[in-house]
Ligand binder design. Structure first.
Ligand code: GAP
Length: 451
């Protein structure tokens, strides 16, 4: 299968099965914005929950949820008003707009030149001079739309953490080293959005800022790099689809930076950044707010501004990586009702980690008679107390399996004629397609162990 095909196939499956829809689709869509459908919202929630557990179910990391709109001075202190810009150029001929630093890979916007590289157009002198374009979305606070009322939709969640450093330290009585974690929406008015959820204008971040003694920065940088790559592997991403890219050229606030990259069909792409941000952010907020932000170590009697190791993952980009990683098409022997195999057929399967899968189990009555639907309904209701499950009684069982394979459901439970005699059901595993029989009352325990 051609690599680029896979993104198209995943986008098509995402729409067909209700993972992701184009935003405002009935109006022709809104560029760079996407809506999560019934299955997508579950998968995204599970990704965020897995991250939240990893980060905050420990003693030295606290969670917060800061507001999206913040005092405008926050963005002056952080450097976003001055520096959060991309160089933008316009093609005088076809009017397409590009980020100047991505021109070489970009394609010309003119249909007549389909596939032509924009770099070629540049050589032919078709572009305007580059202008710097600030990526922050502006809006107004209150009724008057004047310059004093300008506020920004946050372009990252990190600043909400820095400005709450003292609040969290004091209210939770944490001592260094400790971290603050946050999941939330971020907004960037990207010049070019592309590749499905990879670069969008509205997205979610999962960020954790770990505050440390400046002497321990290298140790903690290594610790978080390892921890974060292991998290992606734990939730099913093959290690060989992950790469650590070390930044040679550093942002003005950083002492060290690496990206965790995923092998997207279009090439390696960053899904998370790990940065040693030094004391830059706390120092700047201290300067701009006039409030002393520092830490007193009551053991060593030292007073200092902590350094920060940041782990900054995109929830939406990770979602896309988990979907692409899970997608597989294969030829299999058709599954008969008794678990035996017949002639070959194709199946599309999402091999999502059970903890991430939107639906944990589907429950089928084999036929719609002899009391099977009633037993299957009762089982569905029992399981629903603990898990997101789905009841399906339409079509042949083989077709019901295929539908759940495409949704990434790890287990399908069938109530059949044996159930009527001995209260056992079959549980079919999505990946191996092997069926086993277990007592109906053991299904809850079975799912708890597997998920
Ligand atoms: N606080 C640091 C920070 O925001 P970043 O590298 O700009 O760093 C962190 O962003 C992560 O946020 C990226 O690794 C990516 O996963 C996600 N991200 C950034 N811009 C995005 C966009 N336009 N669309 C989707 N995800 C984005």
């Amino acid at each position: 299968m051609a690599k680029i095909d896979i993104t198209e196939k995943v986008v098509s499956l995402a729409k067909r099965r209700g993972f992701v829809f184009q935003s405002s689709e009935i109006y022709g869509g809104l560029n760079g914005c996407w809506d999560y459908g019934p299955l997508g919202v579950e998968l995204l929630k599970n990704v965020k929950e897995a991250w939240w557990k990893e980060m905050t179910f420990r003693e030295n990391i606290e969670g917060i949820d800061a507001s999206i709109l913040m005092h405008p001075k926050v963005w002056e202190a952080s450097g976003h008003v001055e520096n959060f810009t991309d160089p933008m150029v316009d093609c005088k001929e076809c009017k397409a707009r590009f980020r100047e630093d991505t021109l070489e890979e970009a394609e010309c916007g003119n249909k007549a030149y389909k596939g032509r590289k924009a770099g070629k157009c540049r050589k032919e002198g078709k572009f305007t001079e580059a202008r710097n374009f600030n990526l922050m979305f502006k809006t107004y606070l209150g009724a008057l739309e004047d310059k004093d009322a300008i506020v920004y939709l946050r372009p990252e969640t990190a600043q909400g953490i820095y400005v709450n450093f003292l609040n969290v330290k004091e209210s939770s009585r944490q001592k260094l080293p400790f971290g603050i974690a946050q999941i939330g929406k971020a907004f960037r008015n990207e010049i070019n959005t592309k590749n499905f959820l990879f670069r969008t204008r509205e997205f979610e971040q999962m960020e954790m800022q770990f505050f440390i003694n400046p002497n321990e920065d290298e140790k903690w940088f290594e610790y978080w790099k390892e921890n974060r790559i292991n998290w992606f592997v734990k939730y099913g991403i093959n290690r060989d689809k992950l790469n650590i890219h070390v930044h040679e050229k550093l942002a003005h606030y950083a002492k060290a930076a690496v990206d965790i990259e995923f092998a997207f069909p279009f090439g390696w792409g960053e899904i998370e950044g790990i940065h040693n941000r030094t004391d830059f952010d706390l120092k700047r907020h201290s300067e701009f707010s006039g409030k002393k932000i520092e830490y007193f170590d009551d053991q060593t009697k030292e007073r200092y501004i902590p350094f920060v190791i940041e782990t900054s993952a995109g929830a939406s980009r990770s979602f896309m990586a988990f979907l692409l990683n899970a997608y597989e098409e294969e030829q299999i022997a058709r599954e008969n009702l008794d678990g035996s195999k017949a002639a070959n057929e194709a199946r599309t399967v999402l091999r999502l980690h059970p903890a991430l899968a939107p639906i944990k189990a589907a429950i089928f009555p084999l036929v719609n008679r002899d009391g099977m639907p009633e037993i299957a309904h009762k089982l569905t209701e029992d399981l629903r107390k603990d898990f997101k499950v789905f009841f399906d009684d339409s079509g042949a069982v083989g077709r019901r399996y295929r539908r759940q394979d495409e949704c990434g459901t790890p287990f399908c439970i069938t109530v059949d004629s044996d159930t009527l005699n001995d209260n056992t059901v079959t549980i079919r595993d999505r990946d191996s397609m092997v069926q086993e029989r277990i007592h109906i009352e053991k299904t809850i325990q079975f799912l708890k162990e597997k998920i």
